[in-house]
Design a protein around this ligand. Structure first.
Ligand SMILES: [Zn+2]
Length: 674
C-alpha cells in the first residue's frame, strides 16, 4: 500500500480510467512465470486502493507473449498509446517500466504523450508525474536502462555464438549426408545408402543442369532422398522421401555439401516494417572455411552450380512468383488461385499479333514434384469479364443502393440496441430493490438475511451480464457512413469507369486497384466454361461462368457431320462437286466461308478420308494404260470412245483424270452428275 502519493494524485486523474498494462515477453514465460503474471494483476488492487472504482480499471493484456523490443507487433501497446493520447487515461499502471517498452524511442514517445495529457505512471516502486522534472528524469533513466539491459543480454549471447562460429566450433543441425562424430567434427554419414543417394543427386544435376530436371529424373526412376529427423520423438531416425524441387534447391545452395563450413548466410536486419531475414553475400558471412570437412562436391563445382542455378532462375521470368504488381497486362497476376489444387497460379504471355495475351498456368506440382501440369486457363477472356464485373459493381447506382441498405440495417440495429439498454435499466432497478431489501432486514434474522444477500448477488451478476452484452452489441457495428464519406464514395464510383478505361493508366496501377477490391480469384476449367470465384475484400464472393476460349486447333476443327458427309459424297463425286453440294445444303466452313475445292481437299487429307481414286481402284477400275492393254486399243481410240460415251469411265479429280470400268464393251454413257 502506498503511504503517500506525494500530492500527485488529483481528482482529475480519478475521473479518468486507470490502464493496467500486462505483458510477458514470450509465451513460455506466460506459462512458466505465472507468479509474475499474478503480481501484475495484483497491481489492480493498488489502483483500487488509490481510489479508482473497479469498473474504471481497464486491463490491457493483448501483448502476453509478445516481445517488448519494438512496438510494431504489439497491439496492446498501440492501444495504450492511443488511449493515453485521447486523454482517457488518468494513470498507466505496470509492474515495471520495462514491461511498457524495451525500446527507448517508444518509451519516450509514451512519456511525451503522458505529459501532454497529464497522465500519471505507476509501477511497483511508486507513482510518477511526468510533468515533474525529477520523476521524468527517473522514468527516462528507467527506460534507457531497460533498453540497455536487453542490448547487453543480446550482445553477449550473440557475440558468443558468432565467435564460436568463427572458430568453426558452433554445432548446428546438419543436413542429410553429414553427422557429428565423437569429437564433434563433421563427417560423412557412415550409412552408405545415404552417401550413394547424395552422390547420385549431385551427379544427376551435373548431367541435367537444372534442379527441376533432377527432380523429374528422380521421380521417373522412383528414387528417394534421405532425411534425418533433427528433433521430436523420431530424432536421429532416417526417412526416405521423394525429392521435391524445394529440397533440391536447398541442397544445391548449401555450401556444406562442398566441404565449406559457414555461418551467417541469412542474417536478420531491421527494416522500416520490422525485422527481416536477408540472404547475405559471401563477404558478409560470419564464418567461411573451405575444406573444413569432406564434401560431396568440390568447391569449384559448388560455385559452378550456383552460377547455373542463377541463370536458370532468370529463365523463369519475374511474373512467375507470387509477387507485387508488375508491368505485364495479366490483371490477375499474383492473386489467381488454382481451383483444382488450391495453389497459386503463375502467368505466361503469348504474343498474338503484337498483343500480349496472358495465360494462367498451375505448374507448382510440375516444378516441385515432377508431376503433370495441373491446368492452363486462357487469361484474355477471364480478365475481360472481371474488369466488366468491377465496372458493374462500382457503378454509382449500385453503390447508392448499397448505402441505402446499409442505413436500413443500421436503423434496425439501433432499435435492437435500445431494447438491450432497456434490459440493463430494468436489471439495475431490480438490483437496487434487492439491495434495499437486504439493508432493511433485521440482521438477527440470519436465515432471511442470507437469503436476501444471495438474491442481491444474483441480481448483481445478472446486471453485469446484461451490461456486457449491451456493450458488445454497441461495439459490434455502429460505424456510420457519414455524408462526406458517402459523397466521396460516389465520387470514386463516378471516376472509376473513367480511370479504368483510360489508356494512360498502366497495367501496374490497374492491378493495384484490383488488389484494393479483390482478395483473390479462384479459377477452374470446366468442360466449356471457366468457373471463376472472386473473393472481394469486403467479404462477399461472386462466381462467374466464363465462356472458355478454345485453342485455335479446336476452333478450326471441322464439324463431325460435315466430315461424314464428305466421306459419303466422295463415293460418287469429285471435290468441287462435293463443295457445291455442301454449299447448296447451307453448310459453311469454321470461319463462315463457303466450301471450295481446296477446303474439301484439305478435309479429305486431314481426316484421312479414303480417296475416290483408291475406292474405284479397290473395285477393280483400270487406269488408261491398263485399259489400253485390256482392249488392245490406242490411247487416242480410247479417248475418242470416252468422248463419244461408248465406254464407262469415272472422273476422279478436278483435273482430267479418269478410271475405266473393266471388260466394259457396252455403250454406256458416262454418268452424268447433278
Ligand atoms: Zn493446380
Amino acid at each position: 500500500m502506498y503511504q503517500s502519493d506525494g500530492g500527485k494524485l488529483k481528482a482529475t486523474h480519478l475521473e479518468r480510467s486507470a490502464y493496467l498494462y500486462i505483458r510477458q515477453s514470450t509465451l513460455r514465460q506466460v506459462y512458466e512465470n505465472t507468479e509474475s503474471t499474478k503480481r501484475q494483476y495484483a497491481l489492480k488492487k493498488k489502483a483500487v486502493a488509490l481510489g479508482w472504482p473497479e469498473d474504471s480499471i481497464i486491463i490491457i493484456d493483448n501483448d502476453l507473449g509478445v516481445s517488448g523490443a519494438s512496438s510494431g507487433s504489439r497491439e496492446g501497446f498501440k492501444k495504450l498509446v492511443a488511449e493515453v493520447g485521447m486523454g482517457h487515461a488518468g494513470i498507466v499502471v505496470s509492474i515495471e517500466v520495462s514491461r511498457l517498452s524495451r525500446n527507448s524511442s517508444d518509451w519516450l514517445r509514451l512519456l511525451e504523450i503522458c505529459a501532454i495529457t497529464d497522465t500519471l505512471i505507476m509501477d511497483e516502486d511508486g507513482i510518477y508525474d511526468v510533468n515533474d522534472f525529477n520523476d521524468r528524469l527517473l522514468l527516462g533513466l528507467k527506460g534507457t536502462m531497460s533498453e540497455a539491459e536487453i542490448h547487453f543480454l543480446q550482445a553477449r549471447m550473440r557475440g558468443g555464438t558468432i565467435s564460436k562460429a568463427r572458430r568453426g566450433e558452433l554445432k548446428r543441425a546438419l543436413p542429410a549426408g553429414y553427422v557429428y562424430n565423437g569429437d564433434d567434427k563433421i563427417v560423412m554419414d557412415p550409412d552408405l545408402a545415404v552417401q550413394n543417394a547424395l552422390n547420385l543427386f549431385f551427379k544427376t544435376f551435373r548431367r541435367t543442369g537444372a534442379a527441376f530436371a533432377t527432380v523429374r529424373e528422380f521421380r521417373r526412376l522412383d528414387l528417394k532422398i534421405p532425411k534425418r529427423f533433427l528433433s521430436g520423438f523420431r530424432k536421429g531416425e532416417l526417412a526416405w522421401n521423394p525429392l521435391t524441387h524445394c529440397r533440391a534447391l536447398g541442397m544445391l545452395h548449401n555450401p556444406l555439401y562442398a566441404g565449406i563450413y559457414c555461418y551467417g548466410r541469412q542474417q536478420i536486419k531491421k527494416t522500416v516494417s520490422g525485422k527481416k531475414s536477408f540472404k547475405m553475400p559471401v563477404e558478409s558471412w560470419h564464418a567461411y572455411m573451405p575444406d573444413a570437412h569432406p564434401g560431396y562436391i568440390t568447391k569449384d563445382e559448388f560455385e559452378e552450380n550456383q552460377k547455373k542455378l542463377k541463370e536458370n532462375a532468370y529463365a523463369y521470368g519475374e511474373d512467375r512468383r507470387k509477387s507485387p504488381p508488375r508491368e505485364g497486362p495479366a490483371l490477375l497476376q499474383g492473386i489467381i488461385v488454382c481451383g483444382r489444387c488450391g495453389k497459386r497460379m503463375s502467368v505466361r504471355y503469348q504474343k498474338n499479333c503484337s498483343k500480349l495475351v496472358p495465360i494462367y498456368t498451375c505448374m507448382r506440382d510440375l516444378i516441385e514434384n515432377g508431376a503433370k501440369m495441373c491446368q492452363i486457363v486462357m487469361g484474355e477472356k477471364v480478365d475481360e469479364e472481371i474488369s466488366k464485373l468491377l465496372l458493374e459493381m462500382l457503378n454509382p447506382l449500385a453503390i447508392k443502393a448499397a448505402i441505402k441498405v446499409q442505413n436500413e440495417l443500421k436503423s434496425r440495429k439501433l432499435e435492437a440496441l435500445s431494447f438491450y439498454r432497456q434490459q440493463v435499466e430494468r436489471a439495475k432497478y431490480d438490483m437496487e430493490i434487492a439491495r434495499k431489501r437486504y439493508m432493511l432486514v433485521d440482521p438477527q434474522n440470519r436465515l432471511v438475511a442470507t437469503e436476501l444477500e444471495a438474491e442481491w448477488n444474483r441480481k448483481i451478476r445478472e446486471l453485469e451480464k446484461l451490461k456486457d452484452n449491451y456493450e458488445k452489441k454497441k461495439e459490434d457495428d455502429l460505424k456510420e457512413v457519414t455524408k462526406t464519406v458517402k459523397s466521396d464514395i460516389m465520387k470514386i464510383a463516378n471516376d472509376f469507369a473513367k480511370i479504368w478505361s483510360s489508356a494512360n493508366v498502366s497495367f501496374k496501377d490497374k492491378k493495384r486497384m484490383i488488389r484494393l477490391l479483390i482478395e483473390d480469384v479462384t479459377v477452374k476449367n470446366n468442360d466449356k466454361k471457366v468457373i471463376a470465384s472472386i473473393r472481394f475484400r469486403a467479404g462477399t464472393c461472386k462466381t462467374l461462368f466464363i465462356e472458355r476460349k478454345l485453342p485455335i486447333c479446336e476452333v478450326r476443327k471441322t464439324r463431325k457431320d460435315i466430315i461424314r458427309q464428305v466421306d459419303e459424297l466422295t463415293e460418287n463425286y469429285i471435290p468441287s462437286e462435293i463443295a457445291d453440294i455442301l454449299n447448296r445444303k447451307g453448310y459453311r466452313a469454321w470461319n463462315g466461308n463457303m466450301f471450295n475445292l481446296r477446303t474439301i481437299n484439305r478435309i479429305i487429307r486431314t481426316y484421312g478420308i479414303k480417296r475416290r481414286r483408291k475406292r474405284l481402284r479397290d473395285k477393280g477400275c483400270l487406269s488408261l494404260k491398263e485399259k489400253m492393254l485390256e482392249t488392245n486399243l490406242s490411247q487416242a481410240q480410247i479417248m475418242q470412245m470416252r468422248n463419244e460415251g461408248k465406254i464407262t469411265f469415272y472422273r476422279i479429280t478436278d483435273r482430267d483424270e479418269y478410271l475405266y470400268e473393266p471388260q466394259d464393251t457396252c455403250k454406256y454413257l458416262a454418268k452424268i452428275q447433278p
